[in-house]
Design a protein around this ligand. Structure first.
Ligand code: MLT
Length: 321
């Protein structure tokens, strides 16, 4: 198969693809280059950080398979994919644990001032008396989006002695009972905002979720809460968050792995605030997760992976999780 690999994937997986297929590699290439390279490709493998736009897809006239080596579909023209009947496969599972673990990393960094203490100590400042933090144990963990990642965050929270409460796009008494059996209280967004000491965001970016956590929502957050976003930058309004993070605002601190503008040289409007921890969209970036994702990508391309029904999940379905 003629494949364009448009994002970095596990090197063993890439080697395997190269032994059996005609592979062109262009990690994070600009759209114009992707358009040129896509012309004769039958498959494109991609992650976040590239735009598989309508123009790129239109140029790829032979395209019959898209493999998202991860979860989000916000960088893909889904309408054209559906219209042309191009097969779309996602590999959302392996990254979920890695993202859930980073959520805890950011929560701990905020609650205990780990990143700030490190930064200050590198400058020779012994900030012990300024860095009296908070325990996670005993706190309410508010989870916006109890899908694959959010549910894992809830399980980690329970193990840590936190009280997980969360919301989903389509609640029902059955789902509430299922979550209750796992010690998770299913409620609505307003209750999650009001109850959470730690508020974590785990919804995909789409028409319904863009700006979902804006000024109005942030004004209902429990004063002194910490916010962690490992989903997509566009879900949280960065200007409104900046307002609430300043002295007198409701949010004590924010940990952000995702940003409205991402990539080399892009500076977050929240950069420089002492109560903000920023990471460069590394949620799924563990050797373990990427190795597993890489093997699934190879199996999908080789036609030896799980059935289409078993692994295809459109953005709309993902949003409903
Ligand atoms: C994902 O959606 O899977 C994550 O954002 C990871 C990535 O694509 O780099």
């Amino acid at each position: 198969m003629k494949i364009l690999v448009a994002s970095p994937i596990d090197s063993d997986a890439l080697d395997q693809l190269r032994t059996r297929h005609d592979v062109v590699v262009a990690f994070g290439a600009p759209e114009e280059e992707l358009r040129r390279l896509a012309v004769d490709r039958e498959a494109i493998v991609f992650r976040s950080g590239v735009s598989i736009s309508s123009e790129v897809l239109a140029a790829a006239t032979d395209l019959r398979l898209l493999v998202r080596a991860g979860s989000g579909l916000d960088n893909l023209d889904l309408e054209q994919v559906r219209r042309r009947g191009i097969e779309l496969r996602r590999v959302p599972g392996p990254g979920a644990q890695a993202v859930a673990e980073l959520t805890f990393g950011l929560m701990l960094s905020l609650a205990r001032g780990i990143t700030l203490g490190d930064r200050l100590l590198h400058q020779g400042h012994w900030a012990k008396s300024e860095l009296v933090g908070y325990n996670l144990t005993g706190k309410t963990l508010g989870i916006v989006g109890l899908g694959s990642i959010g549910s894992r965050v809830a399980a980690l929270g329970s193990a840590w002695g936190m009280r997980p409460v969360g919301c989903v796009h389509t609640p029902s008494p059955t789902r509430a009972a299922e979550f209750a059996a796992k010690g998770i209280e299913l409620t609505d967004l307003d209750n999650v905002l009001a109850a959470a000491d730690f508020l974590t965001i785990h919804v995909p970016l789409g028409a319904e979720t863009r700006g979902m956590i804006g000024a109005a929502e942030l004004s209902r957050v429990k004063p002194g809460a910490f916010l962690v976003n490992v989903a997509r930058g566009g879900v949280v309004d960065e200007a409104a968050l900046l307002h609430e993070l300043r002295p007198g605002g409701r949010i004590r601190g924010a940990g952000l792995d995702v940003h409205v503008n991402e990539g080399e040289g892009k500076v977050s409007p929240l950069a420089g605030l002492p109560n903000v921890v920023l990471t460069p969209h590394i949620g799924a970036a563990t050797v373990d997760a990427q190795r597993e994702i890489g093997q699934e990508v190879v199996a999908i391309v080789d036609g030896t992976g799980p059935t289409r029904e078993g692994s295809v999940m459109g953005q709309a379905a993902a949003e409903r999780a």
